[in-house]
Ligand binder design. Structure first.
Ligand code: GLN
Length: 393
């Protein structure tokens, strides 16, 4: 009999990130596609890992993470957002934010439950819901024209709360929000929090808040964490990434907060999916979180890179979209071609030597916005090299 394992995976597309990184490597392109830093982690942090490995911290950690790291991350959350989670029962250290997201959804979503996802949405949300029998219900951000303080016109993405509200039904079990948002950079403001509150209050809807870019917000923006709002906290899982904050995406380290009863559900899934994550990395990061400047300086550090990249593109046919947060810059290429963004991104990689991420893959209907996403978490020389190549298009 012919084996049939395909059926379960129908409708789950291959992730765009390895595709574009593979193409970048093959064509020796400047890789501004997949979002990872082009510079190394701090040597002090690496030395701490070595230290704890040599000190014998090499066996299983507790399932929810080593106590000292949990305590320090709870203290950090409290200091930043004023919410005090219990280190012994309301936090879990995970193998990156992606695992945290998978585990949350697998712990909560049953067959037929609806999950609201806001497009363009990070690529794992929709498949993770499907894997667990849920039904993704997608709403799209809207593009809005605004004027900045100099009177210049800008395009920004903003939440279409009317549309989101219209997608809520009796079957809605979860809404996934992501602020600062990958790929558009959109950040929640206080009005967005109000609108979210209207949708979830008096309902059975859980919030999954992906806040992995919490420390990367620009200009006058600040990060509106769900952790600042106790009435929302009580129905939320909040997910963070240590890879994004400490330039260690390859370590696959993240964490999730939730009120105790919700964390108990999470742990029931986590124990059989991952059990626990690497012990020496946890001890090292626990020490390193005490160096607050390492994360407090991130916004200024990345804003310099964003501004440099945009400035280097001055005079090019690519038009930049406002980027209030994350380390991704969207560029509109409609003055160059009307070609679809996947083909254009591949062409740009192969013939011009710059890799990016096409945005249509993040939409349910593969909507063509003529936008490409460029990661500016790179050294200035690399950004300059990428921009020089884009200027020739
Ligand atoms: N979060 C990163 C990005 O958006 C990489 C994600 C991944 O490779 N899975 O590019």
């Amino acid at each position: 009999m012919e084996l049939n394992i395909q059926r379960k995976l129908q409708g789950i597309p291959p992730s765009i990130f390895p595709i574009m990184t593979g193409l970048a490597n093959q064509y020796n392109a400047v890789n501004l596609a997949q979002g990872f830093p082009g510079f190394d982690a701090d040597k002090d942090l690496i030395q701490l890992v070595n230290h704890y490995m040599l000190a014998g911290k090499n066996q299983y950690a507790p399932m929810q993470g080593v106590p000292i790291l949990r305590e320090r991350l709870c203290a950090k959350m409290d200091e930043q957002n004023g919410y005090s989670y219990a280190p012994d029962s309301e936090i879990c250290i995970t193998a990156g934010a992606t695992q945290a997201i998978f585990t949350v959804v697998s712990a909560v979503i049953k067959k037929g439950d609806e999950v609201i996802i806001i497009d363009p949405s990070f690529d794992c949300y929709d498949p993770v819901v499907r894997f667990n029998g849920g039904i993704p219900i997608r709403s799209a951000l809207k593009k809005v024209k605004t004027l900045d303080s100099n009177g210049s016109q800008h395009i920004i993405f903003s939440y279409d709360w009317k549309d989101i509200q219209s997608k809520v039904s009796k079957k809605t079990r979860m809404i996934i929000i992501n602020t600062p948002q990958n790929p558009t950079g959109t950040v929640f403001n206080k009005r967005d929090i109000q609108e979210l509150r209207k949708i979830v209050q008096h309902s059975n809807v859980i919030i999954l808040s992906d806040e992995v870019y919490e420390h990367i917000v620009f200009d006058d923006c600040s990060h509106e964490s769900i952790g600042k709002y106790p009435d929302l906290v009580e129905r939320s899982f909040i997910v963070y990434s240590l890879g994004k904050t400490y330039h260690t995406t390859g370590w696959r380290m993240g964490y999730v907060f939730a009120p105790k009863p919700m964390m108990e559900c999470f742990m029931r899934a986590h124990q059989y999916q991952v059990y626990a994550v690497p012990t020496p990395l946890q001890y090292a990061i626990a020490d390193y979180t005490l160096k607050k400047d390492k994360y407090l300086e991130l916004s200024a550090f990345f804003q310099e890179r964003r501004d440099y990249f945009v400035q280097c593109l001055d005079g090019s046919k690519f038009k930049s979209i406002s980027c209030p947060g994350t380390y991704f810059q969207l560029l509109d290429y409609s003055a160059i071609t009307k070609e679809n963004d996947v083909d254009f991104a591949k062409w740009l990689t192969k013939t011009k030597g710059v890799a990016s991420i096409p945005i249509s893959v993040f939409y349910e209907d593969k909507k063509q916005d003529n936008l490409l996403r460029f990661c500016f978490a790179k050294d200035l020389e690399e950004l300059e090299k990428g921009a020089e190549r884009l200027l020739k298009v």
